[in-house]
Design a protein around this ligand. Sequence first.
Ligand code: NHR
Ligand code: GAR
Length: 193
Amino acid sequence: MKKARVGVLISGRGSNMMALVEAAKAADCPADIVCVVSNRADAAGLAFAEANGIATQVIDHKAYASREAFDRALGDYLQSQQVDIVACAGFMRIITPALIRRFPGRMLNIHPSLLPAYKGLHTHERALADGATEHGCTVHLVTDELDDGPIVLQARVPVLPGDTADKLAARVLVEEHRIYPQALALVAERVKN
Ligand code: NHR
Ligand code: GAR
């Protein structure tokens, strides 16, 4: 079976990346995780990727004069690895059109809210402050507009009495780890053919 080659972008813990890597170990998974890129050298997820025999690369945004220059370096590395699909997984830098246009319709992100609600940062705190009764996560295609691209999959969780941002985030994260591999497989099936 021909598999889509996937590069994952992280900035930290990398638990979503780990879920993608584990799911891609299945023989019938249409996606192959070929590299993991972090903008931070101390990202915990890098060691996991290395232990799993996946190429890793640190590209520090602070070493570049502009967002565009950073994105050009990211794109050059991803293309050197012949990546078909880019999966952002807790990647914390806003991506410019310079990178997005190199992977049209082939760049995914997981966002911890039920988009279009709570775009941007601190989603769990904002949902709690609003008294929301439902919250969740969304896998969407990345477009030039932040957290605004076509939705691939969503999952909902209840907001429970006594919730803190940490408790709510943990409940959402379980669903992130479930739907991100599913969404990647959907896009990989499309890209492969
Ligand atoms: N880029 C584009 N063009 N479109 C999207 O939908 C993107 C994106 C880049 C990242 C993830 C995202 C989220 O799901 C994401 C979606 C970081 C910021 C941010 O403000 C906002 C949204 C997201 C990720 N980052 C600061 C910046 O100046 C830095 C914050 C930090 O380093 O802690 O880039 O929520
Ligand atoms: C996840 O909850 C992800 O949805 C969120 O950060 C966490 C990363 O965890 N993403 C964003 O907030 C994007 N702005 P992980 O590194 O363990 O996957």
